[in-house]
Design a protein around this ligand. Structure first.
Ligand code: ATP
Length: 354
């Protein structure tokens, strides 16, 4: 049985359709990525999954529970870190963990968690004095303090420098290795490529593809990029007319040829025939970056049904109710608050309310 099952999820904010008929499943032990451009509906989707938002239509099941109906039970099982970690500046690392631990029936050992997340020497440091990477590690710790079975992490590495980002990636892998199922919302293709077992690409509120990162890259054309410097004059139309080639770009003697998996052979054959040597030859496979651009390039596109999904008619549902949801670890979407009054909530109060 999937750990998370989302069917026909639909959410509107006034006239704005934020999430439109979204369906996906997450299996136990997976790192499942939700990838998409700004405003695509990623956060709204995960907010519905963890019970912070009430869908207008559709069905969400997490560990067999309904996030709206069974939120009390679910908050013990799902750890949430939403965008833009924010805690009171003066709250120390150990204090924050102890406070969050008090919300759970079976909290993790905070000392052990602090050590595991590399914060042992920051135990007495106030939140306001932590670096960006340390704040993110603390927010992961807070998402894990309740020993959850599922961790939902929203744009965890946004704003981090490359080495801090890699550190946090290591942490996410470790979390999965302890048996926690992870849902990771991200903008970063590299992050999705390195960490995720499967990725749902969401655009304009609709899922446009769900696949493994390499499956997505292949699906985006399975294209190759052949780059070389021609040793002698070469008419680019000789390459452009090859059936295996979809594009040729030329900058002086430097060529970039795009094509299918037979393109390299075809290009080399033409070069040999014309006595041209390909200097500094490099061949790159299309990656998730290319897939993302290709998939989100068009404005209108039908949404893709999920693996083994049978679209279900959505259940009627009202609009947001004041959330009484799983404690979100140090997450408050503070950047979005100005324009989203209904997101205004103090995560600490919320966590206290439980
Ligand atoms: P980002 O990557 O920028 O965080 P996202 O993919 O997480 O974006 P959402 O935050 O889910 O996208 O927003 C989806 C759409 O719904 C956007 O157009 C956003 O402006 C709008 N939206 C989100 N929350 C609200 C709200 N509370 N009130 C009104 N509109 C909202």
């Amino acid at each position: 049985m999937p750990v998370i099952e989302v069917r026909g999820l639909h959410k509107e904010y006034g006239p704005k359709v934020a999430v439109d008929d979204v369906s996906f499943t997450v299996q136990a032990g997976e790192i499942f990525g939700i990838l998409g451009p700004n405003g695509a509906g990623k956060t709204t989707t995960v907010e519905c999954v963890v019970g912070l938002r009430k869908p207008d239509r559709g069905r969400v099941s997490v560990l067999g529970l309904d996030p709206q109906r069974d939120h009390g039970e679910l908050r013990e099982l799902v750890g949430v870190q939403l965008q833009e970690s924010q805690l009171p500046d003066k709250l120390r690392v150990q204090e924050a963990l102890d406070l969050y631990a008090s919300f759970y029936r079976q909290p993790a050992d905070s000392g052990e968690l602090i050590a595991r997340l590399g914060l042992a020497d920051r135990r007495d440091t106030a939140f306001g004095k932590l670096s960006g990477g340390q704040k993110q590690r603390l927010s992961v710790a807070l998402a894990l303090i309740g020993t959850p079975k599922v961790a939902v992490l929203d744009e965890l590495t946004t704003g981090l420098d490359p080495s801090a980002r890699r550190e946090v990636w290591g942490l996410i892998s470790e979390i999965r290795d302890t048996g926690v199922t992870v849902v990771l919302v991200t903008h970063f293709m590299e992050e999705a490529e390195r960490l995720c077992d499967r990725v749902a690409v969401i655009d304009n509120g609709r899922i446009i593809a769900t696949d493994t990162p390499s499956g997505l890259a292949t699906r985006a054309g399975g294209e190759q990029y052949i780059r070389f410097r021609a040793s002698a004059a070469l008419d680019e139309s000789l390459l452009a007319e090859l059936p295996e080639v979809s594009g040729v770009r030329r900058d002086g003697a430097q060529f970039t040829v795009t094509g299918n998996e037979g393109a390299l052979q075809a290009v080399i054959t033409v070069l040999i025939r014309h006595g041209v040597i390909a200097q500094h030859l490099r061949v790159d496979q299309a990656n998730l970056d290319d897939a993302f651009v290709a998939l989100t390039r068009h404005d209108q596109r039908p949404s893709e049904p999920d693996d083994n999904s049978k679209k279900q008619a959505g259940e009627p549902g009202g609009h947001d109710q004041p959330p009484s949801a799983p404690a979100s670890a140090a997450g408050d979407n503070s950047k979005k608050r100005a324009s989203r009054p209904d997101k205004e909530r103090n995560h600490l109060n919320e966590a206290r309310r439980g």
